[in-house]
Design a protein around this ligand. Structure first.
Ligand code: FE2
Length: 258
């Protein structure tokens, strides 16, 4: 089973490259599933219902979220219309949507996706470790392919969660920093891990935004309106080859397409 998990789709350029290239990439790589973090897809912050629908229609099987997922209010009712959009499972009780879902496609093995949010250097939410334990305890036994998107700032928190889940999930993939890391690896008990799978958007930028705006914010300390960079977008993510009979990742490869 071959899965491409794309890093944060950023603004219009990120959506554009995906609409343009995804179907061909699916064919070229023989992809069974494509997943992506979508929480920066609208204007670089948040996700509108319209963009979510377009991304799902364009061939993304499952969209995951993060700290900006509830930015656009029209996304809240959208959660009731699809099971292919997740928000972090460790949002406090009562948040719209769900953070873990099992998918049973007709043309492949079942798989689960769990979305979690970090707490270090981020706004406080419930414990991601406890949320992961609960989500895994609730998963049906026949669902062996289990993918975790850990949307978090701190490398230490990402690695800690990955080791905590080692051997219990197929992969723990980091998102949120928008910089692809060079540490794709298999942990001792077989879980695949990468600290951050990167950005689907304008990478020659400050995390997707125009550097001029960000420089001004740092230099003056004053609030600035950030604009999405006009730099050429690229796609970044992680390519996973998984033994569906065991749920173990055979290879994890950092992936990018300029
Ligand atoms: Fe984020």
């Amino acid at each position: 089973m071959r899965i491409l998990f794309l890093g944060d789709i950023f603004g219009r350029p990120g959506r554009a490259i995906l609409f343009e290239r995804l179907r061909q990439i699916r064919r070229d790589h023989g992809l069974d599933r494509v997943l992506a973090n979508g929480e920066n897809a609208s204007g670089g912050i948040g996700l509108t219902a319209k963009a979510a629908r377009q991304l799902l229609d364009a061939g993304i099987d499952v969209l995951t979220g993060g700290n900006h997922i509830f930015r656009h209010r029209d996304l809240t009712p959208f959660f009731d219309t699809t099971d292919r959009l997740l928000r972090p499972a460790n949002y406090p009780k009562g948040a719209p949507g769900t953070g873990c879902q099992v998918y049973r496609p007709k043309d492949g093995p079942p798989y689960a996706v769990l979305n979690l949010l970090g707490r270090t250097f981020m706004a406080p939410v419930d414990c991601p470790f406890a949320a992961a334990e609960k989500a895994l305890a609730d998963l049906p036994g026949d669902v062996l392919v289990r993918l975790v998107d850990f949307h978090a700032e701190a490398t230490s928190e990402k690695k800690a969660l990955a080791y905590f889940l080692d051997g219990r999930v197929s992969a723990v993939l980091g998102t949120h920093t928008h910089v692809q890391t060079a540490d794709a690896q298999l942990l001792p008990r077989g879980t695949a891990y990468m600290t951050d799978i990167g950005l689907t958007g304008p990478t020659a930028s400050t995390l997707g935004m125009d550097p001029e705006d960000v420089i001004a914010r740092f230099r003056t300390g004053l609030p600035q309106r950030f604009t999405v960079s006009r730099a050429t977008p690229e796609m970044q993510g992680a390519l996973l080859d998984i033994d569906a009979a065991t749920g173990k990742v055979v290879t994890i490869t950092p992936w990018r397409l300029a």
